[in-house]
Design a protein around this ligand. Structure first.
Ligand SMILES: CC(C)(COP(=O)(O)OP(=O)(O)OC[C@H]1O[C@@H](n2cnc3c(N)ncnc32)[C@H](O)[C@@H]1OP(=O)(O)O)[C@@H](O)C(=O)NCCC(=O)NCCS
Length: 167
């Protein structure tokens, strides 16, 4: 099956909403709880538009012929002093996991970040999310610290690792 990596089109809005719903339900590794992310097609269409042609943020999706199977988002810092820093979040549909899609998404976003002159790529990941941590290490990210009890997941406090890569 061919999986294309590219920025989403505004016509992809409803597929993207479906993907986020799926990701938030499949694992508790994403930030939002199932049904917490409330966005309608019109708002998602507008959001995709805001990303298009922006030099400060980028969204890339992995798409098969029929469906969205993964997404990576990078948001650049807003202040002059952190404009060079890109904060990254990624998710791949569990049914498509382990096929190199996460790696391709991370590489494609890094290529854009290099072209756009970002210097630091950073992210946080739950301490027990081994699959994601392995992906980030494989992409060259290093652990910088531990954010103790930064999240509360199903009633339990969870630590996050702060990871980053300088490019
Ligand atoms: C984490 C995630 C993005 C990885 O995407 P993916 O497409 O499955 O990853 P890839 O197939 O590109 O694999 C890249 C690396 O991840 C690691 N990996 C992949 N599948 C793994 C598994 N089942 N167990 C452990 N490590 C695994 C490996 O190091 C792999 O490299 P390798 O195959 O050369 O050893 C994806 O599983 C996901 O979205 N999970 C749920 C949501 C989530 O955790 N998001 C990240 C929040 S910080």
């Amino acid at each position: 099956m061919t999986i294309q990596i590219r920025p989403p089109r505004q016509s992809d809005a409803s597929l993207l909403i479906d993907l986020f719903k799926k990701l938030d339900t499949q694992t508790s590794f994403m930030l939002f709880e199932p049904d917490e992310r409330v966005i309608n097609v019109e708002q998602q269409t507008q959001r995709i538009g805001e990303f298009q042609n922006s030099e400060r943020r980028q969204m890339l999706v992995a798409k098969s012929a029929q469906q969205m199977v993964g997404i990576v988002v990078g948001n650049g810092g807003n202040a002059n002093r952190n404009r060079h820093t890109l904060v990254i979040a990624i998710g791949v549909d569990l049914e498509f996991s382990g096929r190199g899609i996460g790696f391709r998404l991370m590489n494609a976003l890094e290529a854009w970040a290099r072209d756009t002159h970002f210097h630091r790529l950073e992210l946080t990941v739950m301490r027990h999310n081994e699959r994601a941590i392995r992906l980030y290490k494989k992409c060259g990210y290093r652990q910088e610290g531990i954010k103790r009890h930064s999240l509360k997941v199903n009633g339990d406090f969870v630590d996050e690792l702060q990871m980053a890569k300088l490019i």
